[in-house]
Design a protein around this ligand. Structure first.
Ligand SMILES: O=C(O)CCC(=O)C(=O)O
Ligand SMILES: [Fe+2]
Length: 179
């Protein structure tokens, strides 16, 4: 499924010729998360603070208990309702850079609203190894090249640094051009 989505993104920008190289550099982690219930009714929130994922794409499935919220382009938080048959695909920072900002890394958070039910989610995180380059299909007059080659391991090390921590858009601080 991850490969299918990445192929669709590449094709939609006329860059299907580079799909194979992304496929070859991809690796995955699978994370199963259990969110506890509230300890008391006045505990304000249990969840995960607003963030953007750092890899290429994330495929999420939440089981029965809602909580995932996605920030829209105009800054509104919307609920992603759980469905037994659906997955949510989120773009991460590496895809944002690879697509030369055509695809924005999606800000999201988890905020549980039901205090009695344990929430489970499962996420397949797709990362890339080695350097990947912005394909020339993503670059034109309106979209000048915005990133140097993207070394995902280097980027993850940068995220742990002081500079990485304080940066609002760490991928731009790490390998952006003209920032
Ligand atoms: O539990 C979820 O639905 C989201 C988890 C998440 O955003 C993450 O692990 O990066
Ligand atoms: Fe996330």
């Amino acid at each position: 499924m991850s490969e299918t989505v990445i192929r669709m993104v590449a094709e939609s920008y006329g860059a299907e010729r580079v799909f194979e190289s992304i496929r070859e550099s991809a690796f995955y982690t699978l994370r199963f998360v259990k969110y506890r219930t509230w300890r008391s009714s006045d505990e304000s929130e249990v969840g995960l603070l607003a963030h953007r994922d750092t890899g290429f794409i994330t495929i999420l499935h939440q089981h029965e208990v809602e909580g995932l919220q996605i920030k829209t382009k105009d800054g509104q938080w919307i609920d992603a309702k759980p469905s037994p048959s659906s997955f949510i695909v989120l773009a991460g920072y590496t895809l944002m850079a690879w697509s030369n900002d055509r695809v924005q890394a999606c800000e999201h958070q988890v905020s549980t609203t039901e205090n009695e039910k344990i929430r489970y989610s499962i996420g397949l995180f797709t990362y890339t190894k080695g350097e990947i380059h912005v394909p020339e299909e993503m670059v034109d007059e309106k979209h000048p090249l915005g990133y140097k080659p993207i070394d995902s391991f280097g980027f993850h090390a940068f995220l742990l640094s002081k500079e990485g921590h304080k940066s609002a858009f760490p991928i731009k601080a790490y390998c952006g051009i003209n920032n």
